[in-house]
Design a protein around this ligand. Sequence first.
Ligand SMILES: NC(=O)c1ccc[n+]([C@@H]2O[C@H](COP(=O)([O-])OP(=O)(O)OC[C@H]3O[C@@H](n4cnc5c(N)ncnc54)[C@H](OP(=O)(O)O)[C@@H]3O)[C@@H](O)[C@H]2O)c1
Length: 314
Amino acid sequence: MKAITLIGFGGVENLVKTDIPIPDISDDEVLVKVKAISINPVDIKTRKGRGHASKLKEYNPIILGWDISGIVDKTGKSVTSFKKGDEVFGMINFPGHGKAYAEYVAAPESHLALKPFNVSHEEAAAASLAALTAWQILKEKASIKPGYKVLIHSAAGGVGHYAVQMSKHLGAYVIGTASGKNRDFVLGLGASEHIDYEKQPFEDVIEDIDFVLDSIGGDYIDRSLKVLRCGGTIISIPSGASEFVTEKAKAKGMNGETFRVKSDGGDMKEISALLQMGIVKSHVSKIFGFDEIQSAHLQIETGKTKGKIVVMLP
Ligand SMILES: NC(=O)c1ccc[n+]([C@@H]2O[C@H](COP(=O)([O-])OP(=O)(O)OC[C@H]3O[C@@H](n4cnc5c(N)ncnc54)[C@H](OP(=O)(O)O)[C@@H]3O)[C@@H](O)[C@H]2O)c1
């Protein structure tokens, strides 16, 4: 099969199309013929030698990527949830070696869900790591009640655009930060307010926020703590940028944590239901071919991607 292997940590030229054997599966895995892959900032960080590079460097070859949607080709002996021909999607082996940039992926049964029939493979692949991050944080950490004021930073990005839709669904009053060009997009996702971070410091215009999802880090942590109510919660997700969030929040009588998404087929099933009912939609702003993964990486590196980008396989 064809796979995109990473021949060394560094630039996009190190992502090389290679012929390798179709992976074997263990008893609890299914072999998925991949139709679509989504690309996330962690793919780029890992390619450059950060992110999950320290975990993956012992493998040869290294195959990046975690998000897939595709068709079950074969099932392991103990698999009961899926059969050959089922359309499935999920975030595979995260944190770990997902090996998603390939024509076939060996995926644990427990990391997958059935793809809704009314959702395309590209929309399903998009709704894996980014959607799981938003959903796990909101379910496990936000305790949203109707009327809760929720601030979503990077509301137009991968995680943010799912977080806006999900928070709204859970009953929150949602405020999203994004540049001016994404104002209509963010409001269209269900946010009640958009703050153009290029024109206005958000801390000058909002207060008494119950929950902040921070996907930027750095001074966004201190600035977000200024707008949180006493007892409110901030979850900061960029790797490395937020190690002091817990102490800083505690000093002000607030809750602060970092968070890392985990592969979870149960959560994927919930996302599948949200997609099927049209409560959550993936906004795929650009589709790349399998030969264009380098360009897809460069797009994510701009830090300006709207919604998600996806790579389609033939
Ligand atoms: N810990 C975890 O488990 C976990 C999981 C997923 C992601 N992450 C991390 O979370 C971060 C975001 O991931 P992502 O997939 O959402 O990234 P992304 O899709 O690449 O984010 C791009 C978006 O960021 C927005 N943006 C850039 N600067 C901004 C600013 N100063 N204020 C508000 N919005 C801004 C852009 O909007 P404009 O074009 O309007 O500026 C763009 O739409 C990354 O660092 C990623 O590694 C962590």
